[in-house]
Design a protein around this ligand. Structure first.
Ligand code: ADP
Ligand code: 5GP
Length: 229
């Protein structure tokens, strides 16, 4: 059975970093490469980070019903092609989607068993400095990403897991635990679980909304304060 994992995060939170790490340590996990109409940035390669296509090609794909979901993000189209899910199902792998909050709600609607994970930065200040240190965007784009982050963060309640990406090593371990804990759910009876399996489930559970509520308060406040200014 293929489990679909959705990962969303405000830009700059460290989602790509975490996803790249997780893909190296979790076996049988396919990654959907999205189609986008935005131009490649930095060292991005067509077919690796994204399939970079023209607006007319994208619109042709929409008309052809090629997308599981698509959305307009920052003025460009981004979409998940259906064929990635079909491939994962054929090979019995799970599928990871790195998509925004609009795409996440479309997928949840179509695939209610999809598991969603929202990644948050430890604070707005830290998000801003990660965006600056990444040195990929102009000042105007950074300001737009920060404003969008404030809106995106309001959607955290819709997600199954919330991962605060503070210390990278711990975050990688938490993400790995979430992916593996969901697999354990489908793996069979309770008695077959090892002590390590129980540890994985416990680590994943720490990212459940009820267990992170307190930790979230100062993070949400750091965004709300700036939004209100
Ligand atoms: P996103 O994919 O969410 O836009 P990136 O993965 O590109 O974000 O990360 C944004 C920047 O923050 C990168 O320069 C990355 O190296 C850095 N980064 C990621 N995770 C952490 C972390 N836990 N602590 C400090 N810096 C981080
Ligand atoms: P970026 O341009 O920084 O790579 O991505 C911008 C945003 O688009 C991110 O929030 C990313 O998750 C989202 N995104 C990337 N691919 C898709 C996709 O296929 N569908 C949707 N809905 N969002 C996507």
């Amino acid at each position: 059975m293929t489990t679909v994992y959705i990962i969303s995060a405000p830009s700059g939170s460290g989602k790509s970093t975490l996803v790249n790490e997780a893909r190296q340590i979790v076996p049988e996990l396919d990654f959907s490469i999205s189609y986008t109409t935005r131009a490649p940035r930095g060292n991005e390669v067509n077919g690796r980070e994204y399939f970079f296509v023209s607006r007319s090609r994208f619109e042709h794909m929409i008309a052809n019903d090629d997308f599981l979901e698509y959305a307009d993000v920052f003025g460009n189209y981004y979409g998940t092609a259906k064929h990635f899910l079909q491939q994962a199902e054929q090979s019995g792998h799970d599928l990871l989607l790195d998509i925004d909050v609009q795409g996440a709600s479309q997928i949840k609607h179509k695939i209610p068993d999809a598991v969603s994970i929202f990644i948050l930065p430890p604070s707005r200040t830290e998000l801003e400095s990660r965006l600056r240190d990444r040195a990929q965007d102009s000042e105007a784009v950074i300001q737009r990403r920060l404003a969008t982050a404030t809106r995106e963060i309001e959607n955290y309640l819709k997600y199954d897991y919330i991962l605060v990406n503070d210390r990278l090593e711990e975050s990688v371990q938490a993400l790995q635990s979430i992916l593996l804990a969901e697999r354990l759910k489908h793996a069979g009876v309770r008695e077959e679980r090892s002590v390590e399996d129980d540890r994985i489930v416990a680590r994943a559970d720490r990212c459940r909304l009820n267990n992170v509520r307190e930790r979230l308060q100062p993070i949400l406040a750091s965004f709300a304060t700036t939004a209100a200014r």
